[in-house]
Every structure is written in C-alpha cells, then in structure tokens.
Design a binder for this molecule. Structure first.
Ligand SMILES: Cc1ncc(COP(=O)(O)O)c(C=O)c1O
Length: 371
C-alpha cells in the first residue's frame, strides 16, 4: 500500500519533452534531437575490439576497478594535468550518474549529524536528486554573474550541516568554468568534502582543462566519465579520484552494494583512456557544431547565442525556455531542453546539445531559412 507521504519519483526531465517531439517529427526528415547530451559520434575502433577480446566475462569484475584500468586513469591524469595519483586514490564507477545519485546516502551514513548537500543552483538535476534519495536537504548555491559557483553565497548554517559540496566545471548546462582551487580551499576551511564533477573537462574552450586535484588530494574528489570524452555513454565507465580516505570509504561501501563496471567495459575503458587523438578529433567536431548551430539559432531568432567556455551545449537567454523550445520544434524540427530542467533559475534559457551530425544541423538551418 502506498503511504500518501511517501516518495513519488518526479517526471524525468526529458520525458516532459514528449509533448514537443510530435511537432518536430511532423517535418520531412523528422526530429533533430538536441535535447539529451548523448554522443552521436563513433568511439575508437580499438575500444570496440577490446570489448570482445578481454576474456573477462566469466568472473566477477573488481568493483574498485582493475589495475590496468586504474593505471590507465593514473596515466591520463598525469598526461592531461600533471597530477600524480596513487592506485589507492583511484576507483571506478558505473558511469558517473549513479555515483552522483548514490554518494550522498553513503556520506550521510558515515556522518549522521550532517544532512545537507550543496550543489550549483542551475545544474545537472542528479545533484539534487541524490540528496533527495538520501533523505537529505538539497541546498542550491547561486551562481556569480560569470556563471561560476558563488561560494560566498553559502549560508554558514548550511555549511555547518553540509555533507558535501558539488561543483561542476565546465558546467552542464551553462558551460561556465568555476575556480576549482577556490572550491577546494572553501571545502578545507569549512571541513566539507568537495566533489568536483569534471566530465566535460576535455571540452574546455577557454584556457587549459583544469581539475580540482591540482590543488592536492586532501578533502576533494574529482569525478570523471568516458561517456563524453570517448563517446562511450553506452559502456558505463566512470571513475573518481582524490582524498585516499574518502575514496577508500566509498570504494568499500560500493563493494558491498555490488557496484561493478563489467569486465569487458573496464578493459575497453583502459584502451580509450590511453588514446588522446580521438579526443582531439571530437573537440574539433563539437567546436565546429557549437559555432555553426550558434550562428544559425542567432540568425533565426535574433537572440544572442554565445559560445560556451566549456562543454558541448549552447546555453542562452530566450526569454521563455518552453516557448522557444516549442517554436523551434515546430519551425526547425529540433528538440532542445527548456532551461527549467536545470533549476528554476534557468527558466528563461534554453540548452541545445550539439550531439547530432553536421548534416542534421544543416537540415535545421535549411528549415529555418538560414544559410
Ligand atoms: C554534469 C554531468 N555529470 C554526470 C553525468 C553522467 O554521465 P555518465 O553517467 O554517462 O558518466 C552527466 C551526463 O549528462 C552530466 O552532464
């Protein structure tokens, strides 16, 4: 029997677009889906080959991640950021969404006197959902004018109750970069672990890619994914790296839960992490599409559609996100995400993910009469 006061999952954000999909589908050539940030470009062939040749199907995989996978992660951190991580500071997760959604409950079990999850006010919705699933208080931290997280806006009373602070740079949906050194310093000063979701870091357009680990491991955990970096969202390989005590606790509790990346996926993930050339090719694709789609949408709507500082989303003020999304579905046959998917503060905005091949973006341009 349902308890009327019990938890009812809210509608999944993208399911709310079902109303607009038929409008776009009615145009010749069908829907051009720029809503969910799911990659469309091919992964590395060597990764696909590794999936069928690891000989790791029979036994249970290591929950923490195999040594070859964790060593590939360490090698990537070294190459990309000059960060040295020990094996004990690195562990695997089954893609990062589950990590984002489940970590608050594990931290709450460990620190029962704390009950608050701090996260950016306009953000990937799973930060808030993880707090709710843990029975914790989700407390949104506003952004500064440049879109970075405004640490000075955190109420000291919330900081005293905080289990964790989430930061996300480059941000989904805004693309804004945050000062990760400052976030680490804030966490250390307040005794609050800082979890830095860096899954878009390879797609940093303004300046070099940055990780919170550059400020040292103490009190911080960086969270990464192969979903975006290597077009492997279907593989479910993510990882987290940082404070040995935090990583040690999480990897032990996650072992009890049975969170395991399948063995063949771990082997394939190690291959993907060892290669940087395919990431450069993907950067070029996204950059071209961001510029082209930005120009198309701006020419059609008269709105300013800025190039983001990072990630593969256009995020712009459309006055009313739902109204713009409906007009674009009707006239351009494209589905985009109304900004309220990412928090009430995003309601005027729209997010367009450049996760469709160039010819599909050209189809939108043609429908909108832009050359
Ligand atoms: C900010 C952010 N974090 C985490 C994820 C989860 O990615 P995955 O579970 O595929 O690693 C996403 C996916 O869109 C995201 O945008």
């Amino acid at each position: 029997m349902n308890d009327p006061a019990g938890f009812v999952p809210p509608p999944y954000p993208y399911d709310r677009l079902d109303r607009l999909a038929p409008l776009a589908a009615a145009l010749p050539g069908g829907v051009v889906d720029l809503s969910i940030g799911t990659p469309c470009d091919p992964p590395l062939q060597a990764v696909i080959t590794a999936l069928s040749s690891s000989n790791s199907e029979r036994g249970y995989p290591a929950s923490i991640g195999t040594e070859p996978l964790r060593n590939a992660i360490r090698g990537w951190l070294q190459r990309r950021f000059g960060v040295e991580a020990s094996l004990a500071e690195v562990a695997a997760c089954v893609g990062t969404k589950e990590f984002v959604a489940t970590t608050p409950q594990y931290l709450q079990l460990r620190s029962p006197s704390r009950d608050t999850v701090l996260y950016p006010a306009v953000a990937y919705p799973t930060y808030e959902m993880g707090a709710i699933l843990a029975g914790c208080r989700p407390v949104a931290v506003p952004a500064a004018v440049d879109g970075s997280i405004d640490l000075s806006a955190i109420d000291p009373a919330d900081a005293a109750r905080a289990l964790m602070l989430w930061v996300n740079s480059p941000s989904n949906p805004t693309g804004a970069l945050s000062d990760l050194q400052a976030a680490a310093a804030w966490g250390r000063a307040h005794g609050v672990p800082v979890f830095s979701d860096e899954c878009y870091v390879e797609f940093t357009w303004d300046g070099p890619p940055r990780t919170i680990l550059e400020s040292g491991m103490q009190g911080v955990v960086a969270v990464h994914s192969l979903s975006k970096r290597s077009n492997l969202a279907g593989l479910r390989v993510g990882f987290y790296v940082g404070d040995a005590e935090l990583v040690g606790y999480l990897r032990e509790v996650r072992k009890h839960v049975g969170m395991m990346v399948p063995g063949p996926a771990q082997a394939a993930g190690a291959v993907a992490l060892a290669d940087d050339a395919h990431v450069q090719a993907q950067r070029d694709r996204y950059r071209y599409r961001l510029e082209r789609l930005g120009a198309v949408l701006s020419a059609w709507s008269g709105l300013e559609v800025p190039m983001p500082a990072g990630a593969f989303y256009l995020w712009f003020d459309a006055h009313d996100g739902w109204e713009f999304a409906e007009r674009l579905a009707r006239e351009g046959g494209a589905l985009v995400s109304p900004g309220d998917f990412y928090g009430a503060g995003g309601a005027q905005n729209v997010r367009a993910a450049v996760v469709q091949p160039d010819d599909r973006i050209e189809l939108v341009a043609q429908r909108l009469g832009v050359h």
